[in-house]
Design a protein around this ligand. Structure first.
Ligand code: PEP
Ligand code: MG
Length: 583
């Protein structure tokens, strides 16, 4: 048995046999043509390009229908790239000047660009690089004919293991046959990861070396909840996961049992269980799981594959559609743009060359330098605020000054709207994320300025431990259970309580059942998570008395290492709810 850890990007547990998808896809050899045939070869290329554009459009339409326009936009962008005159000019030049075959010219050109992007070593460009490989495959399949894509020809259920999957490969996976997938490459913000979540196929990415250690037909477990892949599991592990899978598989049944019940301890302490969303369509994932609202709407995803900034009307519409899906009484926390660093970037050419983008011009820092962009979004949020319980939240705030500047801009926008006699909720609650250690340390001061805090543990852990959240090589350092992180979290909760403001955790930690007892025991009464995790967390909450959680938290805070904290929490969680698998 071998256990691999990666980045969980789509929850669910699957047990099945491995189908290994080779990395290279269609292999092209170097081939030259007779110079007299150059114009025929160019005609052949043009035909293949047209067919690839038609494929991209068909993908765009199918995916738009299936899951929404934003996702279809990925393939619309593919079509634009295939038609890009510079790119096609480069391919044609290789055919006319070097007498390369169309296949070889396409492959050379696309791979050169893909490699250049991948070598920048930034998640955003790596994602774009896999888009180029996707396009290459599509053009080649028209030039050489489909050599039998194993993903398209699945006849029986399998777990797909690959170095990487392109966005369109993922979007076309048939959930009937694909129980799960796991890839060596990839990060949270890739299109592949987003598609997996939308299709609700359990998935783990960023596993590092995987394919070398497994053969097609081996038994594999993919735990998309915790980012674990187990190769050739032993009997005990298999049994354990079968139980978990049954729990997850009987999800609909469990949903019916607890969906309408509150997240409340057996002695009546209520915790709000909210959903994190990236796209408006995901609001239904929240309502399906009985979420108490949306605790984090990551609005930067509206910029996915856009060549121009979404305007006020488009943003306003997106927010309204979430409000409509949720209902006017449920809170919806709209987080202002968290662009830059590992996040999607709307216009890559505008992206700065930064040596250390996670510590660079991202998020509110970027927005404060670009007031029109920031104010446009604030206008859209404020206008939507009259239709529901909308709250506005600023990400990556690291100083008090920054928060004050954000609030000043918000006040300006409110004034503008008033002058224009546009209605909005004048008392819209304003919150800040606490995801930088400086903000956690200054929480008592920040608490005087806002109506609520939301602790972003994904970034808080990375900045506290100086461990990149997407880097598998430092994954052992990156732990929510680290005592340094816990002390900061406690400090933030205490500061919020002292000022009587609301506090929530919206990082991945809040959806991990390992930390439910601890967070509750530290005093949290709001947890915002990937909607699919809500039932499991609710189940734990409903199985305990608050005093148990308080004791567990007190004990956990005494440990000196993340390993001891996590071991202890694992033991306690299993004691309370043996069916929950905690790693
Ligand atoms: C976080 O950092 O914990 C968070 C919720 O924000 P994001 O994952 O979008 O950076
Ligand atoms: Mg964050």
């Amino acid at each position: 048995m071998e256990i691999k850890r990666g980045i969980p990007v789509s929850p669910g547990v699957a047990i099945g046999t491995a189908l290994i998808v080779e990395t290279e896809g269609v292999r092209i050899r170097r081939r030259f043509i007779d110079r007299a045939r150059v114009s025929d070869e160019i005609a052949r290329l043009k035909q293949a390009l047209n067919e690839a554009v038609a494929d991209a459009h068909a993908n765009r339409d199918a995916i738009s229908d299936k899951v929404g326009k934003q996702y279809g936009a990925i393939f619309a962008a593919h079509a634009l790239l295939i038609e890009d005159p510079e790119l096609t000019g480069e391919i044609e030049q290789l055919i006319t000047q070097k007498a390369f075959s169309a296949e070889y010219a396409v492959s050379r050109t696309m791979r050169r660009h893909a490699k250049a992007l991948a070598s920048l070593n930034q998640p955003l460009f790596s994602a774009r690089s896999s888009d180029l490989i996707d396009i290459e495959k599509s053009i080649l399949s028209h030039l050489v004919g489909n050599q039998g894509d194993p993903l398209q020809n699945l006849q029986e259920p399998a777990i797909i293991l690959a170095h990487d999957l392109t966005p369109s490969e993922t979007a076309n996976l048939n959930p009937k046959y694909v129980y799960a997938f796991a890839t060596e490459a990839g990060g949270k913000a890739s299109h592949t990861a987003i598609m997996a979540g939308v299709l609700e196929i359990p998935a783990v990415v960023g596993l590092g070396r995987l394919l070398m250690d497994v053969s097609g037909g081996d038994e594999v477990i993919v735990d998309g909840n915790r980012g674990v892949v187990i190769l050739n599991p032993d009997e005990e592990t298999r049994e354990r996961y079968l139980v978990l899978q049954r729990q997850f598989g009987s999800f609909a049944k469990r949903l019916d049992e607890i969906r309408s019940l509150p997240g409340q301890t057996s002695d009546g302490v209520r915790a709000l269980l909210l959903g994190n969303i990236e796209f408006p369509q995901e609001a239904s994932h929240c309502t399906d799981r009985g979420a108490d609202g949306v605790g984090l709407y990551r609005t930067e995803f509206l910029y996915l594959n856009k060549t121009t900034d979404p305007d006020e009307a488009e943003q306003y519409e997106a927010y309204l559609s979430v409000l409509r899906a949720l209902g006017a009484d449920k809170p919806v926390v709209i987080r202002t743009l968290d662009l830059g660093a590992d996040k999607l970037f709307f216009q890559p050419e505008k992206q700065l060359e930064e040596k250390n983008p996670c510590m660079g011009l991202r998020s509110v820092r970027l927005c404060l330098r670009n007031a029109p962009l920031f104010k446009t979004q604030m206008r859209a949020i404020l206008r939507a605020s009259r239709f529901g319980d909308v709250r506005i939240m600023f990400p990556m705030v690291s100083t008090l000054m920054e928060l004050r500047q954000c609030k000043m801009l918000l006040a300006d926008v409110k004034e503008e709207l008033e002058e224009e006699r546009i209605e909005f909720n004048r008392k819209i609650p304003v919150g800040t994320m606490i995801e930088v250690p400086s903000a956690a340390l200054m929480a008592d001061e920040l608490a005087k300025e806002v109506n609520f805090f939301s602790i972003g543990t994904n970034d808080l852990i990375q900045y506290t431990l100086a461990a990149d959240r997407t880097n598998e090589h430092v994954a052992s350092l990156y732990s929510a259970g680290d005592p340094a992180v816990l002390r900061l979290i406690k400090r933030v909760i205490d500061a919020a309580k002292a000022r009587d403001i609301e506090v929530c955790v919206c990082g991945e930690m809040s959806g991990d059942p390992l930390y439910t007892l601890l967070l509750l025991g530290l005093g949290l009464r709001q947890l915002s998570m990937t909607p699919q995790n809500i039932p499991e967390v609710k189940k734990i909450i409903r199985s305990i008395k608050i005093e148990e959680a308080v004791q567990v938290a007190q004990e956990a805070m005494r440990f000196e290492t993340a390993r001891d904290v996590n071991n202890y929490l694992r033991e306690q969680t299993r004691r309370i709810l043996p069916e929950v698998v905690v790693n």
